[in-house]
Design a protein around this ligand. Sequence first.
Ligand SMILES: Nc1ncnc2c1ncn2[C@@H]1O[C@H](COP(=O)(O)OP(=O)(O)OP(=O)(O)O)[C@@H](O)[C@H]1O
Length: 714
Amino acid sequence: MGCNCFKASAIDDSRESPRDRLSSKASSDLRVSRVASSRREEVVRLKERPSSRDGRVMLIDRQTNGSTRVQTENFERKREKAAEYIIAHHPGIATVPKAAEGEHVAAGWPSWLAAVAGEAIRGWIPRRADSFEKLDKIGQGTYSNVYRARDLDHGKIVALKKVRFDNLEPESVRFMAREINILRRLDHPNIIKLEGLVTSRMSCSLYLVFEYMEHDLAGLASFPGLKFTEPQVKCYMQQLLRGLDHCHSRGVLHRDIKGSNLLIDNSGNLKIADFGLASFFDPHQNQTLTSRVVTLWYRPPELLLGATHYGISVDLWSTGCILAELYAGKPIMPGRTEVEQLHKIFKLCGSPSEDYWRKSKLPHATIFKPQQPYRRIVAETFKEFPAAALGLMETLLSIDPADRGTAAAALKSEFFTTKPLACDPSTLPIYPPSKEFDAKARDEEARRQKAAGGKGQNPERKGARESRAIPAPDANAELVLSIQKRQGQSNSKSRSEKFNPHQEDVASGFPIDPPRQSQVLEETNRDPQGHYIKRASHSGPLVHRAAWAKAGRNHDDAPKVSNGADLSTLSSLVAARSLLTDGRREKCGPSQPEVSNLIGKLPGSFNEVSDSIRKQDRKLQPQGHSGSYQREDGRTGSKDRMMQGYGSKGNKIHYSGPLLAPSGNMDQMLKDHDRQIQEVVRRARIDKAKVRKVQADGNQVPDYSIFSSGRGAL
Ligand SMILES: Nc1ncnc2c1ncn2[C@@H]1O[C@H](COP(=O)(O)OP(=O)(O)OP(=O)(O)O)[C@@H](O)[C@H]1O
């Protein structure tokens, strides 16, 4: 049975000029082989509607066994012709010039993709799922799962990024298409290469095929005992800046530069990855962009202050944070909320000058302008760093974006011209598996062991990289939670979810790979004691692309989620929310309902949800949940309660109230903020201890559900 996305779609009748064709050929690198061959019988019938006056085509997709096979000659002929063309013109490279949606469909693309992402797939032919063997899960992003797989056609290991869509909504497909478009525009040794796309018609999914990279910089940097030498730091920084320079010269802003997005292979090559938040930009146009991008710790002050006109300088700030982090051995500004992040920035880099406040006219300036200016203390704080490194840091971490220079200028700075020079990537050591993902998995395991027998504690973990113990929630937790709520899944579930290859593979058409000896060996080779230090997860983009789609957009690339006054409402609860995420529950003590219940009891502003947030929440509520929500026990609660700050499906708690009322006094705000969080945790601990005691006494466990008897349930 085909999925319901294969219905009908309008033909895109834009035609590709010979020039476009040439350029798409040049930029395309999709390898295709055996395009027309298939090991699994996947039959597609393409037929014109009898009365297709509107020029629509209907695609019926079926997976059949031999007896029900229906081969559409027309389709196969087209497909083969396309393959012949590619092979004749670009041996080994799939560059089929097809602009019309109908042709895309004929080339093997599903219609939902061809309908809205014609540009992204132009000139390419999809790879077949059965030409890959999925091996294991190697990463998880906000809207994707990443797998290591064997490319059976080319006999090499690749990374497959499975993009999650929200019911194939055109808007979320378009965002994914933007990522593909951007990746196709880039061609540089320090940028991850998109090698092709795999569609899986039955599950309506899409996989992006990338060259496989063994490590990421975040994982390596958190490897216990591993300290980069100066030539090594320079080598990584040089590669990062070269890749960035290429992006910027091609009109691309990455907007999520951070360690876990800098992938490193066993030859020491660093490649910038994850262009999910990237955007095209034109420095000559006054383009409006969203300020809700870049992972919190690496986000520049102007974005925290709500800037919607910016350029390459946002990536340079993040680069400055990474440079400092490589020398310091830990993230230099690990804020838990936007407010706290801004405060950390001001404390280290100084607050903006009067002149900057005046000329920048930043939306949140009135809220966050400190009463007393902060002095810049970068040089004092990092006085141990080599002078040339400090010099470059000072430039990249300039408060005024105009002072940050360019990637090209940074590459010419003293940092790279003074000795010791950057080493050659090939001389870098080969590290054991050390992705941020590996570190998290190991940490989970250690925690499980600890919970099981109290023996999982790794003594090395304690001392290592203190900063990693700080709860650092995803900056986009708010919207991700809302989306997940809509999807009926919880953040905690998706984080701790065990990869079930069978479930996914059956649906996707990938051959199922039985547990292999090599996998077992690999696991054994990794540190069995969980020595990788948890790097507090902070890898999500600020706004889930689907949230942008759902919330509607008010910038060219932005969701209509908040107005200027909503800064704190959207951001500040992330610290409290960190208590709610599964991965940190152990550390923080209380369970989700417990904390939520306590949050509900906090006074004043904590529970005062701004009107705009209420509106946003209403927008983001799942259909059928607008007036009531489902209790864990199946009964319904009232909408009002939800609007007071709780959104729930089952026991999934979603809180969307502001932690702080915006005020002019940032220090006071931060104090209140910390005090409230500490209070929540303290009380939750006490209550948890009470529960344990009751359990130990063999009595019934009190009902801690927020639904039990109103807010004062405790
Ligand atoms: N080419 C690759 N080779 C190896 N691992 C990869 C590759 N691409 C991605 N990964 C792993 O998968 C993780 C998630 O990938 P990616 O960052 O592209 O997804 P995402 O959904 O955009 O994530 P995020 O929420 O961090 O933005 C990465 O952090 C990385 O560890």
